[in-house]
Write a protein that binds this ligand. Structure first.
Ligand SMILES: O=C(O)CCC(=O)C(=O)O
Ligand SMILES: [Mn+2]
Length: 169
């Protein structure tokens, strides 16, 4: 987390020419390389860019795909994704593994919200008005999927992929 240096609840990495990173000193931002290894992020898998082309309705491809692993007790606080210049492009989210309760509010923090359960394979497109709406993940429902191998992901949990267009097209 910026300023405090507290760890996020999720464990993250990225695909693409840019990746979303954060740390105590420099805060939320996109970087072309992994902050610890200095290596470029792995290339975006073609299946992901194909999905983007089907659902994003945007004239350019995403540069970044943030990969978040939610352990069974992870959550994500309400936030708006606003580190991208291209806020005219949707954020496309793919859920894999355990179910999660996803919460969506309005454009003001603290306003009325609603929630839905996302299952493995669900795709959410945060576009148009929803692009600037607060959202987060209240909880994971452990043991609701066998997709994630327990040797790699203790307790299973959930992987969420979010594709983002960072620079204006
Ligand atoms: O895990 C989710 O469904 C949402 C993830 C999210 O909002 C984000 O990574 O910015
Ligand atoms: Mn988000």
């Amino acid at each position: 987390m910026p300023r405090t240096g507290q760890p996020l609840s999720v464990t993250m990495t990225n695909f693409g020419s840019l990746g979303w990173v954060t740390d105590k000193r420099d805060g939320y931002r996109y970087e072309p390389t992994h902050p610890e290894t200095g290596s470029p992020w792995p290339e975006m898998p073609a299946l992901l860019t194909e999905l983007w082309q089907e659902v994003a309705d945007y004239p350019a491809l995403p540069e970044a795909c943030l990969v978040n692993w939610y352990a069974p007790d992870s959550r994500m606080g309400m936030h708006v994704d606003w580190d991208e210049e291209a806020t005219d492009a949707a954020v496309v989210s793919i859920s894999l593994g355990d179910k999660a309760r996803f919460r969506l509010g309005g454009q003001r923090r603290g306003g009325k919200t609603g929630s839905m359960v996302l299952s493995s394979g669900d795709v959410v497109v945060l576009g148009d008005e929803a692009r600037s709406c607060y959202h987060g993940v209240d909880r994971i429902y452990p043991g609701t999927s066998t997709l994630l191998p327990p040797e790699a992901f203790p307790g299973g949990g959930r992987i969420n992929l979010t594709m983002r267009r960072v620079k204006r097209a």
